[in-house]
Ligand binder design. Structure first.
Ligand SMILES: Cc1cc2nc3c(=O)[nH]c(=O)nc-3n(C[C@H](O)[C@H](O)[C@H](O)COP(=O)(O)OP(=O)(O)OC[C@H]3O[C@@H](n4cnc5c(N)ncnc54)[C@H](O)[C@@H]3O)c2cc1C
Length: 534
């Protein structure tokens, strides 16, 4: 809480070269890139960082295989390059995974033709992953017995990538990195409106915790409000070439339904790609794709039933899944960039490219569309544009992303091995502690080793099945701007996605976790969470 309070006071009546509105993936990479390059930058989000679309994705870093059907070869080429770049930059986080795809009899293409598409995809992806493999229905069953092959014409296995922890954690790590380079970022601070006066942006911000309103001045304003970009542009008097359309997508999380570590892929009854994705000890199923006129959406009974019906139809489960099996839900809108104000979009062909509209006169940027997969390009583009707008960028060549160097990793692994860290891994954990701590914290994981050496109880699990040690919660309390309990349970960690709400609330360690995170406010924050999730 101290980190946030300090940053809010630094924002108050401050001046920055660049103010970024929105701490989803697009705002987070913009902040990380600009701050590392030496620009004086601030970022605010009216909710938690990654609290909107960027915590409701399918968690895939993928080259967009499905866009091949629309012959969008340049987009697939771009996304494959972005995926490969992410894979190389974040080898512990962005991991290759096999997609086991079943093609049902009567599908719009025979399986062999779709398989040829995966070969093309592999070539466009510059062979950065394992090669695709064609499979008969018997081959599919052998790979994963849960697939119902009664109506299968055939299938194949190909590779793409996924985000090991989750999207929100991935985004937060960019926010954390921007803080390391001096960015002043705060969650729960909303931009109420912005006005260009005297060659500067004057933005009215409201601290959502205290209700206080104050002004921040900046030379450049970046609107990275995701689905709310158009709304804020109206508040700032900005007329843009692009606008957003919205497509709702939901995911359901249930107990693990496949024992193999693969993503099972099908075409749902509406003809769109449908995934069964491993999520730690659970399985995440989705997604849907429905046109919406507003970004304010929620999971409806019909959405839930669509996902359950599809998964029940294509898998051989001991018993069909019902709404009672759902542990948690994810729901968001894809903000899709559409050029021009008039006309109706071709919904199927509307691709997921990003676009940055620049108003050089007003020094204003609006980031439309995009994907998590393309985030490094967005960060690079934004810092190039800011430099072209005349803002001094003292360290333009500074590398602003990626895991720490191998020498840091080797030192961490060596120290961890000497103290027997992996032997302390709890039996419920899905991976050894060394892997988890390195992936989540990089260089800061060395501090955790020191905490465990000082006090071995730091390596204890506080909440069963949560895969979070006491020292991780202490670290989060100091460095991860956890303002509400939900920030920790849903976004810095994925605890509330994999543990049922009642089990979390009744977990013996939750009270202690709240005390570490919130000190004197522990009880109030716990009650706030209980009320908000009732
Ligand atoms: C169902 C689904 C599945 C997807 N799957 C994938 C996938 O597998 N791989 C992939 O690469 N991409 C995927 N995407 C796309 C990807 O998630 C989005 O493109 C991306 O997260 C958008 O990020 P953003 O930063 O633009 O928006 P957001 O994450 O929505 O961030 C915008 C932020 O702005 C804040 N904000 C709004 N108004 C204000 C204001 N006035 N003041 C301050 N802050 C404000 C909001 O609180 C929010 O946190 C998926 C999307 C969906 C919905």
């Amino acid at each position: 809480m101290e980190l946030r309070a300090n940053n809010v006071s630094k924002l108050r009546d401050g001046y920055f070269d660049v103010l970024i509105l929105g701490g989803g993936i697009n705002g987070a990479v913009s902040a990380a890139s600009l701050a590392a390059k030496g620009v004086k930058v601030a970022l605010v989000d009216r909710g938690d960082f990654a609290g909107s679309t960027s915590s409701n994705s399918s968690n895939l870093a993928w080259g967009g295989i499905k866009y091949l059907e629309n012959h969008e070869y340049f987009l697939v080429d771009k996304l494959c390059r972005s995926r490969n770049h992410l894979m190389r930059s974040y080898p512990s986080t962005v991991k290759e995974i096999r997609f086991l795809t079943t093609i049902q009899k009567g599908f719009r293409f025979p399986p062999f033709i779709v398989y040829l598409g995966t070969i093309l995809y592999w070539i466009i992806g510059r062979f950065a992953t394992r090669a695709p493999k064609y499979l008969s229905p018997a081959g599919l069953s052998k790979r994963d017995g849960v697939i119902d092959t009664a109506l299968a014409a055939g299938g194949f296995e190909y590779s793409d990538c996924y985000l090991y922890d989750n999207d929100a954690r991935f985004v937060f790590n960019f926010i954390r990195s921007s803080l390391n380079y001096g960015c002043i970022a705060a969650n729960y601070v909303e931009s109420m409106c912005s006005e260009r006066r005297g060659g500067l942006w004057h933005t009215q911000l409201q601290d959502k915790l205290s209700g206080e309103i104050f002004e921040v001045r900046s030379r450049v304003l970046i609107n990275a409000c995701g689905p709310y970009v158009d709304t804020h542009n109206q508040l700032a008097g900005q007329d843009t070439e692009h606008r957003h359309l919205f497509s709702k997508g939901i995911h359901l999380i249930v107990d693990r339904i496949s024992e193999t570590h693969r993503i099972l892929t099908f075409f749902a009854s509406d003809g769109r790609l449908f995934f069964v994705i491993p999520m730690g000890p659970k399985t995440c199923i989705g997604t849907t794709d429905t046109q919406e006129s507003s970004p304010e959406v929620e999971v409806t009974a019909a959405d839930r039933q669509f996902v359950l019906d599809n998964v029940n139809a294509i898998l051989k489960l001991e018993r069909p899944l019902t709404p009672e099996d759902v542990i948690a839900e994810r729901c968001g809108v894809r903000p899709l960039a559409l050029k021009g104000r008039e006309g109706v979009a071709d919904w199927v062909k509307l691709s997921r490219k990003h676009a940055i509209d620049i108003n050089s006169d007003d020094q204003h940027l609006s980031i439309f569309g995009g994907k998590l997969t393309d985030c490094l390009n967005v960060g690079d583009e934004v810092s190039d544009i800011v430099a072209k707008l005349g803002v001094a960028v003292p360290f333009p060549a500074k590398r602003w992303y990626g895991e720490p160097s191998n020498s840091v990793k080797e030192e961490f692994m060596h120290q961890a091995m000497l103290m027997g860290l992996d032997d302390m891994t709890n039996a419920s954990s899905s991976e050894p502690l060394t892997q988890r701590l390195w992936r989540r914290y990089g260089r800061s994981a060395l501090e955790m080793l020191e905490m465990i050496r000082e006090d071995p109880s730091s390596a204890e699990l506080l909440i069963e099945n949560a895969e979070y040690l006491r020292c991780e919660i202490e670290h989060a309390a100091r460095r991860e701007m956890i303002t509400k309990l939900e920030d920790f349970l849903r976004r810095r960690s994925k605890i509330s996605l994999v543990v049922r709400r009642d089990d979390i609330i009744n977990a013996p360690g939750l009270k202690e976790a709240c005390e570490i995170l919130f000190g004197d406010e522990a009880d109030a924050k716990l009650q706030e969470y209980i009320a908000a999730t009732a």
